[in-house]
Design a protein around this ligand. Structure first.
Ligand code: DGY
Length: 424
């Protein structure tokens, strides 16, 4: 078995190999463009051995920012017929061809962390990025709130594509008009590990709706049946926003507006507590109906800055249910599917955010357990996209950028608690 040092070298080499010059693809083949939150994690990984490259990654991401502040979830810097749906399907006219939805805004938190590595080198670059980050957060606050929790308007905006959280809302969409299309993802990865056709039809249907609405948020607010308040989005924006306010204060900016958003999002985050299942849960913004899902997103409460341990009972239960943690969906639920993407598998990137939050909340033993479980998965199965929580086998794409990045930043233990705890 390789030792830590070799894994560090392998992780760095994956980041280099997935570098396409200014941006990093999540993995070759399956995801051949720049994805928003993958890219922020790539920057985090690069920051541990090439600070300049880390800043460039974020700058390239923000080169695709729309005039309304939105930062798209995919930037198509180059033509690549190996990915569907490409820019022609999305029909967006931003500075860079892109998708029309966003993704979880981890960037401000990562920017803060990277800046802290070297304040002098980062000063000019963070001053450029700061107003762009504020504009992006303002876009979320303007267009995505439901009772002050953050909504997603497409499962891909959540990044948790086929999570059972969206099942009920998606099943209300009649996607018959969507027609034929060629899925590229199931040519690259075992179809049993990917979303099913029922879901995929609705992903495309929602893109068609957005494109036909000119990606006009006001129109979509009226027309889009898919609007779900999401714990991951809410906790991540809440966290990012307080990190952005901390950056702003240090840069001598007026952060009153940001502080107000943090207060608002804290209220929103608490509104996602579903007393029926005693967990943070997703909520359909149109019907007010809960999804009834304990997911890995529910455990981001500590990362979001909430300081109660309500989720520990589920954590302890799930530790007994499966040998590898934390599965993306509750293993005691009948919707759990151990290999199918966000319906069961363990995601090292989510474990990292959960673990950082736990450490900040003083849950050191739980965080350490999670780190060891994640490290074992990577040591055995490599830098895969996700893992089977029942037997630990690797799944999804291989040589994954964000798995390599979080290995360097948290999983290996070398940049763990000491590096993050002071950000809480
Ligand atoms: C895909 O194409 O599967 C992606 O997850 C979209 O973001």
């Amino acid at each position: 078995m390789l030792d830590h040092r070799d894994f560090d070298a392998e992780a760095r080499s994956i980041l280099r190999r997935n570098d396409r010059g200014g941006y990093t693809v999540p993995t070759a083949g399956l995801y051949p463009h720049q994805w928003n939150w993958d890219s922020a994690f790539a920057a985090l990984g690069f920051s541990l051995f090439d600070l300049n490259r880390a800043w460039t990654e974020l700058e390239t991401l923000f080169s695709g920012q729309w005039q309304n502040g939105m930062v798209p979830h995919i930037l198509f810097h180059q033509q690549d017929d190996g990915y569907f749906p490409g820019p022609d399907v999305w029909g967006c006219n931003g500075a860079v061809p892109s998708s029309g939805v966003s993704q979880p805004p981890v960037a401000a938190t990562i920017v803060r962390r990277i800046w802290d590595n070297d304040r002098r080198i980062g000063e000019e670059r963070i001053r450029e990025l700061y107003p762009k980050l504020v504009a992006w957060h303002r876009w979320f606050m303007t267009w995505r709130l439901d009772r002050d929790a953050v909504c997603v308007t497409h499962p891909w905006e959540a990044g948790r594509d086929n999570a059972p959280d969206w099942d009920d809302t998606l099943s209300g969409i009649d996607a018959t008009g969507v027609g034929e299309y060629l899925r590229r993802d199931i040519m690259a990865v075992d179809p049993d590990m990917r979303p099913q056709k029922h879901d995929y039809d609705r992903y495309i249907w929602l893109i068609n709706l957005g494109r036909d609405s000119g990606w006009d948020e006001a129109r979509l607010l009226e027309r889009n049946p898919f609007r779900v308040a999401d714990p991951a989005m809410t906790f991540i924006l809440l966290r990012a926003n307080s990190d952005l306010a901390a950056i702003g204060r240090e840069l001598g900016k007026d952060v009153v507006e940001l502080d107000e958003w943090t207060d608002q999002l804290t209220v929103g985050a608490k509104s996602l507590w579903n007393p029926e299942i005693e967990s943070y849960d997703s909520r359909d913004a149109h019907s007010g109906k809960w999804s009834g899902c304990v997911s890995n997103a529910s455990f981001l409460c500590w990362y979001g800055g909430l300081r109660n341990n309500n989720m520990l009972q589920h954590f302890n239960r799930i530790m007994q249910a499966v040998p590898y943690w934390i599965p993306s969906h509750d293993p005691d639920s009948d919707r759990f599917d151990r290999l199918r993407y966000w319906r069961g598998p363990v995601w090292p990137v989510m474990n990292t955010l959960i673990g950082i939050g736990m450490e900040e909340a003083g849950l050191d033993d739980e965080a350490q357990t999670l780190r060891e479980s994640t490290a074992e998965l990577v040591r055995t199965g490599g830098f895969s996209e996700y893992f089977d929580p029942c037997d630990g086998s690797s799944a999804g794409g291989k040589d994954f950028t964000w798995t390599a990045a979080v290995w360097l930043a948290w999983v290996s233990g070398k940049n763990g608690k000491g590096g993050w705890a002071r950000y809480s």
